[in-house]
Ligand binder design. Structure first.
Ligand code: TXA
Ligand code: MG
Length: 345
């Protein structure tokens, strides 16, 4: 199939393009669209057939559940069966935004959306294009990240087309997404509200509203990563091998590894903050500049992994930063890209 590219103004999307995309969703098709986190690959969440096409297009295993996107709070009761008391304050502070809540699934949502679980993931995105699309379609929209399964998520339309061109009906191109890492997934179905995936809304911010929120234990361990369905360790992976160092204290070891690898004629990529570029000036490596701040690093991380992959490097070297705030999400994505391995140093 031919994938239609509909270019829209990210702040004030053109109604014609939105109407065309909404019609595709209503007739069971697939539309990729920007959210404030990453691009999503949308389908009508109440149609099992439409949702099945998402899994097919992404080559995503049916065991990996999908987030349902809504545009207003009233729609929540059509997606979730019960709405626990903690939802209202969370929604008031963080919706629309980068927070996904795990709740009990309403029967309107077919089991395929949730990998046959009794729960459902729901999010109200803030991006004007996402909101306009969901409103125009007048449907709950099931949407995983718009990348091929296990590839880095897409933060630009070009990334979506790299992975899915010819496999989806259309894409709304609204430019680069602003947050750059996916939403925080917060499970409200257990005894204690638990973050299953750190993301765009920080643990610390959630705790100001709901002090009991906790990060899933042992996030770094393989088995813990496999706990949330779809939280497979191999995720966000570029083709090149990612060598991940724990933090700034390992920079000397990282530089040493870069030198050794280039000396043994490997092609080396490094991703780092702008200030780190000069550390590698003497070495024949490709440096991808993540920007000046951790927010910038989150925004540019997936683009960096994809850009270095496009240069066909053999290895990508990176290190962790702070694990606080958005740093927790950056570390999580780096760790998955490195398939759970941390280099000594
Ligand atoms: O920012 C985002 O969350 C983006 C945009 C498009 O909204 N979406 C996204 O979707 O990242 P995806 O499919 O790539 O990741 C969804 C995550 C997975 O880790 C999945 O396991 C988890 O949410 N998830 C979905 N439904 C769940 C459920 N019922 N129970 C537990 N985890 C669930
Ligand atoms: Mg994903």
């Amino acid at each position: 199939m031919q994938t239609r590219v509909l270019t829209v103004n990210p702040q004030h999307p053109e109604p014609e393009a939105i109407a065309e995309a909404a019609e595709i969703l209503q007739s069971g098709g697939l539309v990729a669209f920007p959210t404030e986190t990453v691009y999503g690959l949308g389908a009508n969440a109440s149609s099992a057939n439409a949702v099945a096409r998402i899994f097919e297009a992404k080559q995503r295993p049916l065991t990996d559940p999908i987030i349902v996107h809504i545009a207003d709070f009233a729609a929540l009761s059509t997606v979730a069966k019960t709405i626990p008391p903690s939802v209202a304050p969370l929604a008031k502070h963080f919706w629309p935004g980068a927070l996904t809540l795990i709740l009990e699934r309403n029967d309107n949502i077919p089991p395929i959306v949730s990998a046959n679980q009794a729960t459902v993931a729901v999010r109200m995105p803030s991006h004007p294009v996402a909101r306009a699309l969901i409103q125009a379609a007048d449907l709950p929209v099931a949407a995983p990240s718009a990348n091929a399964f296990s590839r880095p998520s897409a933060t630009m339309a070009a990334h979506v087309l790299q992975d899915l061109d010819g496999r989806i009906d259309a894409i709304l191109d609204g430019g680069q997404t602003t947050i750059g890492v996916e939403s925080t997934v917060l499970d409200l179905t257990g005894e204690r509200p638990t973050i299953l995936r750190p993301g765009g809304i920080a643990l610390e911010a959630l705790q100001t509203v709901l002090p009991a929120v906790t990060m899933r234990a042992k996030l770094v361990e393989m088995d813990a990563l496999a706990q949330s369905p779809g939280q497979l360790i191999k995720h966000y992976s570029p083709r090149a091998k990612v060598l991940l160092f724990a933090d700034e204290t390992a920079i000397p070891a990282l530089i040493k590894t870069a030198r050794e690898r280039t000396e043994s004629r490997q092609s080396v990529g490094v991703i780092g903050l702008s200030v780190e570029r000069t550390l590698f000036q003497a070495l024949p490596i490709a440096f991808f500049d993540l920007g000046e701040t951790l927010e910038g690093a989150a925004r540019n991380l997936f683009a960096g992994l994809r850009a270095l992959d496009a240069l066909n490097v053999d290895v990508i070297l990176a290190h962790g930063y702070s694990r606080e705030g958005i740093g927790a999400a950056i570390w999580d994505r780096l760790l998955r890209a490195a398939e759970g391995h941390i280099q000594a140093g």
